[in-house]
Design a protein around this ligand. Sequence first.
Ligand code: 13P
Length: 277
Amino acid sequence: MSLINMKELLAEARAQNRAVGAFSVSSMEMICGVVRAAEALDTPVILQVAQVRLPHSPLHVIGPAMLAAARNAQVPVAVHLDHGMTEDCIRKALDIGFTSVMFDGSRLPMEENIARTREIARLAARYGASVEAEIGVVGKTETGAALTAQCADPEEAVRFVAETGVDALAVAIGNAHGVYEGTPELRFDVLERMQGRCGDTAFVLHGGTGISDEDFRRAISLGMHKINIATASFMAVHQAAQGAKDYFDMSARMAGAAEAVARQHIGIFGIRKEAAT
Ligand code: 13P
């Protein structure tokens, strides 16, 4: 049984000054590929699916598959709902057994984001699950739709953590989902101003595709202990499927591509140290 609460993974990552890779999955191949990478590197991982992807990967199908893969993995794996937008969807994920949920109220006024995040935190606590929220606006949606990035205000972020008690907070620092136009300019000063003021809450870096290794390491040193990767995996899996000679060849290529992307990123985010296991 390797299914685990996300909070535990993040605490271990913080103690080891690394980040846990959170990989978006939308098929059995992607799930298996990510778990294989985590096992090969003996490092815990987060499997996640965003609410917006559920029309392609229904929660009642992909959710149990993610959970089964986590339970059978040789390393701890958390199963997380990414960008939960509605309480109904979040409740369904918790009912299925997800060990972590995100409520994304980043486009709501601050007070409403706080109030609704607190309700979700109370709900998740009844299931023993972790909660992630978001402050500021990460550029573009997970599907690539236009959304103007807006950096989080560090004072508001500190207040948000104090008033909601979330386990993880996605802090927008100029990052964006999808493919970056130009080089991402991350506002590390926002994180610097939050140092030592948010208790055990881990910060989360969304929009991981296209960020340099150096920026990843700097973000981790400033408290980003969960890093989300989606576009890089979807692009690699799509590319790998081209020219496959039959379905099974395609399936193997897809799993292999998801594994390779996860391996590469886990290698940058940090390998688990034995001493803490
Ligand atoms: P990318 O699609 O840029 O990798 O971002 C993933 C993400 O943040 C999912 O929430």
